[in-house]
Design a protein around this ligand. Structure first.
Ligand code: UDP
Ligand code: MG
Length: 316
C-alpha cells in the first residue's frame, strides 16, 4: 500500500523563537509515523520568522515556507496552507506550542479509524487570563445562539482534516473566512478530542481584542441571518407599544379632557428609537459590507515567497 502523506500547516506571526522548537518536536513524532510535509505560513511577521523557516527548510526539505506580502490574518494563513498542502490528511496547529504535538498520533489514529475530521477542544486551564476565558465562553454562546451550528466550546484551530474535506473547503467560494464555522457546517464524520493547552512558549498572543471582535463578527454574519431578524421583532414591539400609547392619549383627551404634555418623555423616546435605528442600520451595514467584500473577488492572501515548487504539489 502506498504510504500516506501527512501535511502539517502552521500559521506563524512573529514566532522566530517558537518555530525551531516546534519543528524539532514535530519531526521526531512524524518521522515515526511516515511521510510528512510541514508548511509554515509566515503571515507578515516583522521579526526573523521568515529566515528562521528558510533555515529549517535547508536542514529538512520536508519543511516549507509560504510567506505573505503582509499580515493577512490567522484564518488566511491557515487557508494558504490548506490550499498548498498535498497530504492525505492535513493537520493545522499554532506555532506557539500551545497545541501539544503529543496529541498528533491520537489524531492520526482517529483518522485511520475512519473519521474525516478530528477536531480538538481545549480544556479550560488556569494558564489563561480571566478575560480570555470569559471572551471565549461568550463567543461560543453567542455563535451557537445565532446559528444552527453547534460549535463545541473551546473548539480550536488545531485539527486534522481528511483530503476530501480539504478539497471541499478549497472549493467553497467565499472570501471572508471563519474556518471553525465552515468545518462545523461542512459535515462528514467528525470526532472531537480534548486537550489541555500549554502556555505560550515565547512571545505573547497576537489575538488582540480588536481581532477577536472582528473574527466573531465575521463568524456571526457569515453563518446567520438572525441579527437581521432582530429588526423585525424590535420594530413590531415598538409599533405595538406606540399603539397602546396612542390609545391611552386618545382616552385621556376624549374622556378625561386632559392633554398629556411632556418634553422629557418625548426626548427619551426619540433617543431610544434613534439609537435602536442606528444599531439596526449598523447590523444591516455589516451584511452589506460582507456582500461588498465578497463581490470584489480579491484573493484571500498574496504570497511573496515560497520554497514550494510545482514539483512538491505532485510528489504524492
Ligand atoms: N497568527 C497568524 N497571524 C496573525 C495572528 C496570529 O498567523 O495575525 C498565528 C500565530 O503565530 C499562532 C496562531 O496564529 O501560530 C495563534 O495565534 P495566537 O497564539 O496569538 O492566538 P491565541 O493562541 O492567543 O488564540
Ligand atoms: Mg496561542
Amino acid at each position: 500500500m502506498k504510504q500516506k502523506l501527512i501535511s502539517v500547516v502552521i500559521p506563524a506571526f512573529n514566532e522566530q523563537d517558537n518555530l525551531p522548537v516546534l519543528v524539532s518536536e514535530l519531526t521526531s513524532v512524524l518521522k515515526k509515523i511516515g511521510l510528512y510535509e510541514i508548511l509554515i505560513v509566515n503571515d507578515g511577521s516583522t521579526d526573523k520568522t521568515e529566515s528562521v523557516i528558510e533555515e529549517l527548510h535547508r536542514s529538512d526539505k520536508c519543511v516549507h515556507l509560504i510567506s505573505f506580502t503582509r499580515n493577512f490574518g490567522h484564518q488566511y494563513a491557515l487557508k494558504a496552507g490548506l490550499d498548498r498542502a498535498c497530504g492525505d490528511c492535513v493537520i493545522s496547529m499554532d506555532a506557539d506550542l500551545q497545541h501539544p504535538v503529543s496529541l498528533i498520533p491520537t489524531m492520526i489514529r482517529e483518522w485511520q479509524d475512519g473519521n474525516d475530521i478530528v477536531y480538538t477542544v481545549r480544556r479550560e486551564t488556569n494558564n489563561e487570563s480571566w478575560f480570555k476565558k470569559m471572551s471565549s465562553r461568550l463567543f461560543y454562546r453567542f455563535f451557537n445562539f445565532l446559528t444552527d451550528l453547534r460549535l463545541p466550546r473551546g473548539a480550536a484551530d488545531f485539527r486534522l482534516l481528511d483530503r476530501k474535506v480539504v478539497d471541499q473547503i478549497k472549493s467553497l467560494p467565499e472570501r471572508m473566512l471563519f474556518l471553525r464555522g465552515m468545518i462545523s457546517w461542512i459535515g462528514f464524520t467528525q470526532k472531537g478530542i480534548a486537550y489541555t493547552p500549554a502556555r505560550r512558549l515565547n512571545g505573547s498572543s497576537s489575538y488582540t481584542l480588536r481581532k477577536m471582535v472582528a473574527l466573531a463578527a465575521t463568524g456571526a454574519v457569515s453563518f446567520s441571518l438572525k441579527p437581521l431578524r432582530v429588526a423585525i421583532y424590535l420594530g413590531l414591539f415598538v409599533a405595538f407599544m406606540g399603539c397602546l400609547f396612542t390609545a391611552y392619549v386618545l382616552y385621556m383627551r376624549l374622556f378625561n379632557g386632559s392633554v398629556i404634555s411632556g418634553w422629557a418623555s418625548l426626548m427619551s423616546v426619540t433617543l431610544i428609537l434613534g439609537g435602536a435605528q442606528l444599531f439596526m442600520m449598523g447590523i444591516i451595514g455589516e451584511y452589506i459590507g460582507m456582500i461588498f467584500m465578497e463581490t470584489k473577488h480579491r484573493p484571500q492572501y498574496i504570497i511573496s515567497k515560497t520554497t514550494l515548487t510545482s514539483k512538491d504539489n505532485h510528489e504524492k
